[in-house]
Design a protein around this ligand. Sequence first.
Ligand SMILES: [Ca+2]
Ligand SMILES: [Ca+2]
Ligand SMILES: [Ca+2]
Length: 342
Amino acid sequence: MKKFTLQSMWAISFSLIMFSGVFTSCSNTDDPETPPATGEKSPYITRVLDFRPAVGQFVNQLPEYKEGDTQEDMNRKVLEAIGNNKMGMVSLGGFGGYIVVGFDHTIENKSGLCDFRVLGNAFYANGASDYGSSEPGVIQVCYDANGNGLPDDGWYEIAGSSYPDGKETWIDLATQAGNDTQTILDYEITYYRPSAEPGAPTEQYIRWEDNQGGSGYKAMNATHLQSYFPQWIKEDKITFAGTRLPQNGIDQSGKGTYFALYRFGYGYADNELNDKDASAIDIDWAVDSKGQPANLPGVDFIRIHTGVNQENGWLGECSTEIMGVTDLHLTNVSIKSQTIKN
Ligand SMILES: [Ca+2]
Ligand SMILES: [Ca+2]
Ligand SMILES: [Ca+2]
């Protein structure tokens, strides 16, 4: 996540989104101050079933952990922040950190149309349209086929523009910069609880190992000195698994002082501006573990995890942020799928 000067860009894009929202509102349910009437479906998140961020500079802060908080407490805090169109923000930390959210209805899969959008805080750098702060989250969906209100029916991944291989316009640039630009579908990483909290910047803070023979450390930076290890998790290590995306942070300064985070084509969270068509998702992009279309009638649950494992200088680790999810049909937003993926 970017900070400081670039935050003003985010503030601008955020206000533009809020501004445009005024004119696209067609019913009371679009007004964040007006909860939907009883019996009316909410277009927004109404449940947070799990929130398990990986280590990161905003962990224990977005949302804030207080001593004694349990997993249930943290889930509730996340719902308070990003549920029901509150448009607060939570951070999923580094690669693998995830959230599982639910709704009070099934988001319908309408043929040829995008069906929902995951809201993040992605923005473009000043004067740029292909890079800035894109910290893509991989999206998975679940249809409550057995109707028990639980996501126990199988998860299907939204096949974004770098599934199953990295195919972005900037891939060669990133490879030349020394980035790992492979997509790995069965990536797995384990983070180890630090033996002590340094409370000061260090390059070797939290050790990680992956299932590709790689290892390294997450750094603590000067602006965030709290523990980066989720404090409500009691185990001494945490393992995350899922699709890992190409590293999209390219150091344009050559000395580690300016990382541009390049935008992926489509199909991810916290990658494209919230008001751009390419931030919308068509449920028909969901595939099974063999890459075959899932053919879902709709989705009841959405899971998002941080898709890139990369440290970007003073910006810190690539971490997906989530501000909400919107059912496009209930908010009368019509985006043709083929305008995004052609
Ligand atoms: Ca972000
Ligand atoms: Ca659709
Ligand atoms: Ca179920």
